[in-house]
Design a protein around this ligand. Structure first.
Ligand SMILES: Cc1cc2nc3c(=O)[nH]c(=O)nc-3n(C[C@H](O)[C@H](O)[C@H](O)COP(=O)(O)OP(=O)(O)OC[C@H]3O[C@@H](n4cnc5c(N)ncnc54)[C@H](O)[C@@H]3O)c2cc1C
Length: 400
């Protein structure tokens, strides 16, 4: 490892590896990861959409990464949502006349590692077991990272630093950016990877209601009788009972024969975007920038999107020999232009849905049960909701 680089990326999750790959086009890049192994342990249910989801993000996964059999655990051809009273609403690729996958369930241990390898292939130096412990700050600008590696403490300088250190990010805080999440803006999650679970092939299952207050439970197939069974509960609704206790109840009810082979706990930001994601010599990407999608808490797509833009802007800053906020703001502007409006709207939807009672969720599901391909658009959805209760128009007008 050298004493200075053009760019240091802290964290080798999807956001960091993609940022490093893009920045390495013309710059010397150091990508550091505190864990010994990239991709493990997995803190994710591992599903990503392949189709564009206009209400959420106007791009698809394949724009960033070409799916590779090596890290695709299962193709997703349908999505099924279950209400507290058992009413089911289903959407499948076949409804649109084609059987193309709507998404995939990843093998993130392999996927994250592949992205880091791609970054290395494009020239980035990757250092595992290397933890950022602080930033080098000079004249109001970030000029490098303080590192700890195998008991040794040392500084590495850089023209700019990209903070890709996930939901528990410290890089932003070290630079003076307020990254605190309110309890109402964080989903606290628990997940088992289980064997002996009967899941419908190629189908993502979601369960709503008070079994996961102001969140949802999921069961995602990974093939061969295995799957990710988990749930998230909004931080402000936890009141003493931990997500794992909710999960054990859910599993006992739905998957009594399932055998857990992995347990993980984690959190997803379901907040609005951070107001500042750049500073002099600094950009924040992925979960560190709270870029997850607020309704689902999914953040892989957003990590790829923000990492790509930030990496390209980093490269430009290095070429211009100017990593001031004036140049790096292009990343923030481009992110907001591409995804800002959708983010605002989905945050409002999230604020609406987290306050629904089980009865209200049941009624909404009744309205959508048997939805057809022709109705799978804003107009069709509105018609069904208004047939249920015209007063709903008042509640939902804010995100139309
Ligand atoms: C239970 C659960 C289920 C989820 N399911 C889905 C899903 O199905 N689909 C989806 O799209 N999203 C899902 N997400 C969210 C998704 O996992 C994240 O949004 C995504 O991983 C964000 O990528 P990232 O690169 O920003 O951060 P991470 O993937 O968190 O990567 C951050 C990296 O930084 C490293 N790091 C942290 N601090 C330091 C430091 N000081 N020095 C060096 N390295 C450091 C970490 O070890 C880590 O490797 C889920 C999250 C949870 C908790």
């Amino acid at each position: 490892m050298r004493e200075d680089y053009d760019v240091i990326v802290v964290g080798a999750g999807p956001a960091g590896s993609v940022a490093a790959l893009n920045a390495a086009a013309d710059s010397d890049v150091l990508l550091i990861e505190k864990r010994p192994e990239i991709g493990a342990p997995v803190r994710c249910a591992e599903a990503v959409p392949l189709v564009e989801t206009p209400f959420v993000f106007h791009t698809s996964f394949e724009k960033y990464v070409k799916p590779d059999k090596k890290w695709v655990a299962s193709e997703v051809k349908g999505v099924r949502a279950t209400a507290p009273d058992g009413t089911i609403v289903e959407v499948s690729g076949e409804m649109f006349g084609k059987g193309d996958p709507l998404g995939i369930v990843l093998e993130r241990k392999l996927f994250d590692r592949q992205l880091a390898k791609d970054a290395a292939r494009s020239g980035a130096h990757v250092a595992v077991r290397t933890r950022a412990t602080g930033l080098i700050l000079e004249d109001g600008a970030v000029r490098g990272v303080k590192l700890s590696r195998l008991g040794e403490e040392f500084d590495v300088r850089a023209k700019l630093v990209i903070g890709a250190d996930g939901v528990e990010s410290q890089v932003g805080r070290w630079a003076g950016i307020n990254t605190t999440l309110k309890l109402k803006d964080i989903e606290s999650c628990a997940q088992y990877h289980m064997q002996n679970v009967e899941l419908m092939d190629n189908t993502l299952d979601f369960y709503f209601g008070s079994s996961a207050p102001s969140g949802y439970a999921w069961a995602f197939p990974k093939g061969d009788g295995a799957g990710n069974i988990g749930l998230g509960v909004l931080g402000s609704k936890l009141s003493g009972k931990r997500p794992l206790a909710y999960l054990d109840e859910f599993v006992a009810q739905r998957f009594p024969d399932g055998k857990p082979v992995e347990l993980m706990m984690g959190a997803c930001p379901v907040s609005g975007a951070l107001s500042h994601i750049v500073g002099n010599g600094l950009m924040l990407v992925g979960d560190a920038a709270h870029h997850t999608e607020p309704i689902t808490g999914g953040g892989i797509m957003a990590a790829l999107q923000s990492g790509t833009i930030a990496g390209q802007v980093a490269n430009k800053a290095v070429r211009q020999n100017d990593s001031s906020v004036r140049v790096l703001r292009e990343y923030e502007t481009e992110w907001n232009r591409s995804f800002g409006k959708a983010r605002e709207r989905t945050y409002k939807v999230k604020e609406f849905v987290v306050n629904l009672s089980d009865d209200e969720i049941n009624r909404i599901f009744h309205a959508f049960a048997g939805i057809t391909a022709e109705e799978l658009n804003m107009k069709g959805a509105l018609k069904r909701l208004l047939r249920l209760d015209p007063r709903l128009l008042f509640s939902i007008r804010q995100f139309l």
